[in-house]
Structure formats: structure tokens, C-alpha cells
Design a protein around this ligand. Structure first.
Ligand code: UDP
Length: 409
């Protein structure tokens, strides 16, 4: 059964929950629509799945619609995604035409009579062409880092972005100069979901047994898709350097997608690097392994995130929430979460990561302190309730254009 908004009181406290109720009252009777491109898989769907019922519970009628497209359209949007991350995958005129056609076809079968419409990410971005026909306020919610895109693709999208009333980015360094207002709203995790809820010691015991991991010896873990940018080979290299002086085991857990040529390429390399070492556990997780992810993170002594590039890195948020000492590369959204020497340790190389891990394994008090600070940092800044509150405040701000101070009393 899904959690109700009141269930979060035990985590964030009565006062914070009441603030959310009070803000929501100001929006009572308003209607909101969320539009993205998939109902399952990926962080956006995961967050909307929880958000929509919570908004409705708060008296704000919220609908969620998913645009439809064929394989060709989603190949184009994948190219757009890659280009926004700087890859050289320019759009041809035919691709642009197809992208717009699919958006226009979707627009014809949708209504936009809500007070506010959130368009998530680039796939449905051109629905904004409907703007003049409807009196709704349009919000472009960008979940990706678009700070160094392929310019031609960005220029194509920018024409649409700047038609919106406002935009939202997850971190200041993810954004671009735009003519419209930009808000910074980081993503969040749901502390009551299977991936983050408390687990019983028995559940940890059983899962470690299933994966043949020794609970008595230190465990270093990285949970991530098998992707070059998550640097799984660097993780193994780091572990080997640690192991020279300090006993430990390594868990590299993640999913692979058969339709992702890169993961198919990297996994065999990872397996061959790990071969012959019984203390390296390469765990291929099927989709929907949320509870296993939760348990592997909780069973770990140290969580490593040795990425070469990152988005926000929700795996780091999840680890900090579980009071784990985190050693992570200073890339993407990680420095917003790992405040060096306070909520974790930031690193810039394999050697640096190995040194810090060894240091933490030998200083359990520091490790505990970092974990506790990390938990508090996430509790205050990166839970779904803060995310919800920020969205509600943004909606109120949209109704008060040009006002510097809005009285919520
Ligand atoms: N994750 C998962 N199974 C896997 C690998 C990752 O459930 O095999 C989850 C992970 O717990 C996190 C999300 O997928 O919630 C990954 O988000 P993140 O921002 O860390 O990285 P991304 O994969 O989006 O680059």
C-alpha cells in the first residue's frame, strides 16, 4: 500500500508537514497536469508515480499523461538526450520534422485546461505550441544536465524552452542562460519506498546469503548501471589498491539493458577484470530490484560512486539516507550532496578513492559521523516532501508575477 502524506510526519516532523498543508491550502481547487514520455522506468516516472497521489491527497487535482510515439520518435529523442550530454549526434531536418509531428499529434489528443502544466524533459517539449490556445501556465521541468550540449540541438530546443513561463533545473550548474525565469529544484528520494524504507536485520541476512557475501568483513559497494561513465573498471582498480593493505569485499551491482550497446560492451570487461577474485561480487540486477538495492546499500561498510560524469546521482542520495559513509567523484550533482569532510569524501582519481576508503575503514568513528551528517543533509534537502513543497511554492509564485514577497499567512 502506498504511503499517505501523513506517514511522512515521523520523518520530517509535524511542523514541516503542517507547512506543506498550509501551502497546499492556497492551491486548493487548482488543477495540475504532469506530462512526460514514459509511465515506467527512469527517475521521472518513479517520482511522478509518488507525486501525483500526494498532490491529489493535498486537494490539488493532479493528472499525469504520457505522450505516445513510435520507435523512430524515441530514437530521435535518444539522440537528443545524447546530444544534450555533448555527444555529436546532430538532428537532420527529417528528424526535427518527425519530432514535431509526434508532438503535434499528441497535442491533438490532449487537453490543456488545467491551471498549470509541467512538461518533463525534451520529449514533449513542443506541446508548448498549444500555449496561445489555453490559459494554463507552462513549466518546463528539465531533469538532465544541459550545461554543455551540442549547440545545434540545443538551439533547436531552445526555441521551445523560451516559450514556457518558467523552467526548473536540478542544480545550478545544469542550466543554461535563458530568457525565461529559471528555478533550481533538486530531485528527491522517497524515504518510504521499497528502495529506501527501513529493513529488518533478517532481510539483510537473507539477501547477503543469496549473493554469497560475508557479513563479517568490510563491504565496499557501488550500485549503478553498467555504463562507462559510472567507471566500473575504475571501481575494481580502486578496490585492488585498497585490498593491498586492508581486508575488504567489493559489490558492483547494477542493471544491464540488452538494447543498450554500451552496457553489453562494458559488462564482459568488468567480469573479466573481476575473474578469479571471490571477494568481488558482480551482481546483475533485474529491473524492479528496489528492495535488493536498498539491502545491498544498507549492508555496505562504504558506498563508492566513482563516476566520470553524473546527473544528480540519486544512488548517492540513497546511500546518505542510509547513514553510509560515501566516497564519490566530484562530478555532476554529487558535490551538492557530498560536502567534503562533512557528509562524505570527494575524490578525483582511483588513487584518491583508494586512499579515502582505506582511511575510513581505519577510522570507523569518522565514517559514522559522515554517515549521520549525510542522513541529516538528505532529510533536510532531498526528500520527496521538500520536493513537493518546492513545486507548490513555485505554483503560488507563478500566480504572483513580479512580486518579491508573497504573504502565505
Ligand atoms: N538503480 C536500480 N537498479 C540498478 C541500478 C540503479 O534500481 O541496477 C537505481 C538507483 O538505485 C537509483 C537510480 O537507479 O535510484 C539511478 O539514478 P542515478 O541518478 O544514480 O543514475 P542514472 O542511472 O540516472 O545515471
Amino acid at each position: 500500500m502506498q504511503a499517505s502524506i501523513s506517514d511522512y510526519q515521523k520523518i520530517i516532523g509535524k511542523e514541516h508537514l503542517e507547512t506543506i498543508y498550509r501551502i497546499a491550502e492556497r492551491l486548493s481547487g487548482k488543477r495540475v497536469k504532469m506530462i512526460n514520455s514514459t509511465s515506467v522506468g527512469g527517475g521521472v516516472a518513479e517520482i511522478l508515480y509518488r507525486f501525483v497521489p500526494l498532490m491529489n491527497e493535498l486537494g490539488i487535482q493532479t493528472f499525469w499523461e504520457v505522450i505516445k510515439g513510435d520507435g523512430e520518435f524515441f530514437n530521435i529523442t535518444k539522440s537528443i538526450h545524447n546530444s544534450l550530454h555533448g555527444k555529436e549526434e546532430p538532428l537532420t531536418q527529417e528528424m526535427e520534422k518527425k519530432f514535431l509531428e509526434v508532438n503535434q499529434n499528441n497535442a491533438r489528443s490532449m487537453s490543456f485546461d488545467e491551471d498549470y502544466v509541467f512538461i518533463h524533459d525534451p520529449q514533449p517539449i513542443a506541446l508548448i505550441e498549444e500555449k496561445d490556445k489555453h490559459r494554463t501556465r507552462w513549466i518546463w521541468r528539465c531533469h538532465i544536465d544541459i550545461s554543455s550540449p551540442l549547440e545545434s540541438v540545443w538551439n533547436f530546443l531552445k526555441n521551445y524552452v523560451e516559450m514556457y513561463d518558467v523552467s526548473i533545473f536540478s542544480a545550478p550548474n545544469f542550466a543554461r542562460m535563458l530568457k525565461i525565469p529559471q528555478y533550481q529544484i533538486p530531485p528527491s528520494i522517497d524515504p518510504l519506498s521499497p528502495k529506501n524504507r527501513e529493513v529488518r536485520p533478517r532481510e539483510i541476512e537473507n539477501t547477503l546469503k543469496k549473493y554469497k557475501i560475508n557479513p563479517e568483513r568490510p563491504i565496499i559497494t557501488q550500485v549503478s548501471r553498467f555504463d562507462k561513465l559510472k567507471d566500473p573498471l575504475g571501481v575494481i582498480h580502486t578496490y585492488r589498491l585498497v585490498k593491498k593493505t586492508t581486508d575488504c569485499q567489493l559489490i558492483l551491482a547494477g542493471g544491464t539493458a540488452t538494447d543498450d550497446p554500451e552496457s553489453v560492451e562494458i559488462l564482459p570487461q568488468v567480469l573479466s577484470q573481476a575473474e578469479g577474485d571471490p571477494d568481488i561480487h558482480i551482481i546483475e540486477l533485474p529491473p524492479n530490484s528496489d528492495l535488493d538495492v536498498n539491502i545491498l546499500q544498507r549492508a555496505s561498510t562504504i558506498i563508492l560512486q566513482k563516476s566520470l560524469k553524473e546527473g544528480f546521482a540519486l544512488t548517492v542520495t540513497e546511500a546518505l539516507w542510509k547513514k553510509k559513509p560515501v566516497v564519490a567523484s566530484a562530478v555532476g550533482g554529487i558535490p551538492l550532496q557530498v560536502i567534503h569532510n562533512y557528509t562524505g569524501l570527494l575524490v578525483h582519481s582511483v588513487e584518491g578513492a583508494a586512499y579515502k576508503i582505506r582511511y575510513l575503514l581505519n577510522n570507523p568513528d569518522l565514517a559514522r559521523r559522515l554517515g549521520e551528517n549525510g542522513y541529516q543533509h538528505v532529510r533536510h534537502n532531498f526528500l520527496i516532501t521538500r520536493h513537493l513543497r518546492d513545486y507548490l511554492l513555485l505554483l503560488i509564485a507563478l500566480d504572483h508575477p513580479g512580486e518579491n514577497i508573497i504573504n502565505l499567512g
